[in-house]
Design a protein around this ligand. Structure first.
Ligand SMILES: [Zn+2]
Length: 402
């Protein structure tokens, strides 16, 4: 548990803004800006001085999705002078339930271009910098170097560990947020300001097979709105140097119970990156997660090859390892449903005389199923690359995407 003195250390470290004084003194506000931000200026905790701090500040949002949308919208509206966005994705119909930066007219566009238009409309006075790429060990340090605070809205472990590590190295606060179904949580990781980092809590990423379907658990659309907004409040507080930041505290929100709970966090002296004897000195790519890259040891088959086999009436078994509710939403004709969790018990139903092609939503669970079946001696097993999503994209657009 956090001791009183370290809480005092956090307070003491936080009595001033993270924006260097010389950058603020060189910043002015136009007549229009004085009007635009008048509701800020009349608060004694903000005033024109605070608004200049916001104008001098540079915030990086990792991801322009569920968390990044509300965070970026409010940071732009609040007058954060430079807003950076990292994303590589395009706007998809399934995004619109929660990613409120984007509209129906933006489907198919790059998320960053869509975001730039929307943010420019909210506040044309700010600079929006687009980083159209996946954050990687190659580019992360360079991108983060330009910013004062990082708002991590990523939805996968690979990016989360990378953004944590880069922020620890660069001594920049990392405003963390995550959502799952009806629950979300947020905190500020900042070892240099007295709190823990992500690795103090979770030193290493979980093994890939324990993260079956990061993208498929579902989330109530409003929930990332709430968590993303809390992230933007924390970023603004750090910039203004006011209040008690969520350093060494994790705020958990349960939408079904409408309950906020606060957990105290502490730094781990054994932490592999911010501890007394660190073992990590450079950024690491954990790209085996969430199907971000195919595992080379798993034999794969493309959707085009599967279609060819079907058209040629070749003999094979097609096994769908998703859950029954997913099978209800969308299916590939001829597939037999055996959810991933039942594969170990039902493996003997699969004889292996014919090739077995396994598919799931996007290729991650099917790769695990192939791994399991190979361990049981089956050799003629293949994972459908990209899953039913790719089937819908490239072969049969009448199969719904979800
Ligand atoms: Zn740490």
């Amino acid at each position: 548990m956090l001791r009183a003195e370290s809480r005092a250390n956090v307070r003491q470290a936080m009595h001033k803004s993270i924006i260097a004084e010389e950058r603020v003194s060189g910043t002015g506000l136009t007549k229009e800006e004085l009007q635009r931000y008048s509701r800020h200026l009349i608060m004694p905790e903000v005033t024109a001085e605070g608004q200049k701090r916001l104008k001098a500040a540079r915030v990086l949002c990792i991801g322009a999705g569920g968390l990044g949308s509300p965070a970026a919208l409010y940071l732009a509206a609040a007058g954060v002078g430079k807003l950076g966005l990292v994303d590589f994705d395009r706007v998809d119909l399934t995004n619109l339930q929660r990613q409120i930066l984007h509209g129906t007219k933006d489907i198919g566009r790059s998320k960053l271009e869509s975001a730039r238009d929307r943010l420019g409309d909210i506040n044309p006075d700010i600079e929006v910098e687009l980083h159209e790429c996946r954050l990687s060990s190659e580019n992360a340090a360079q991108i983060v170097a330009d910013y004062d605070v990082i708002v991590d809205g990523s939805d996968n472990f690979a990016t989360r560990y990378l953004s944590n590590d880069i922020c620890v190295f660069a001594q920049k606060p990392n405003v963390y947020g995550s959502v799952f179904r009806f629950e979300g949580q947020t905190t500020v990781f900042a070892p240099h300001l007295g709190g823990p980092c992500y690795r103090c809590l979770f030193p290493e990423p979980p093994p890939p097979e324990s993260v079956p379907n990061c993208a498929q658990a579902g989330v109530l659309g409003v929930l990332p709105g709430i968590i993303g907004m809390l992230q933007s409040i924390e970023a603004i507080k750090l910039i203004l140097g006011i209040g008690d930041p969520l350093i060494a505290r994790l705020l958990h929100f349960d939408a079904l119970k409408v309950q906020f709970r606060e957990l105290k966090l502490r730094r781990d002296p054994q932490c592999p990156i911010c501890g007394e004897n660190p073992t990590i000195f450079r950024p690491i790519d954990y790209d085996q997660f969430c199907g971000t890259r195919e595992d080379a040891s798993i034999p794969g088959i493309s959707v085009q090859e599967l279609k060819r086999k079907m058209d040629a009436r070749e003999a094979f078994e097609l096994i769908d390892v998703r859950e029954p509710f997913e099978f209800e939403i969308a299916r590939i004709d001829g597939a037999k449903l055996i959810p991933l969790g039942e594969i170990p018990d039902r493996a003997d139903q699969l004889h292996g005389q014919q090739p077995i092609i396994i598919h799931c939503h996007s290729g991650s669970r099917s790769a695990q199923a192939v791994r399991l079946l190979k361990q049981r001696g089956l050799t003629n097993v293949y994972s459908l690359e990209g899953g039913i999503d790719a089937w819908s994209d490239f072969i049969d657009p009448t199969v719904p995407k979800y």
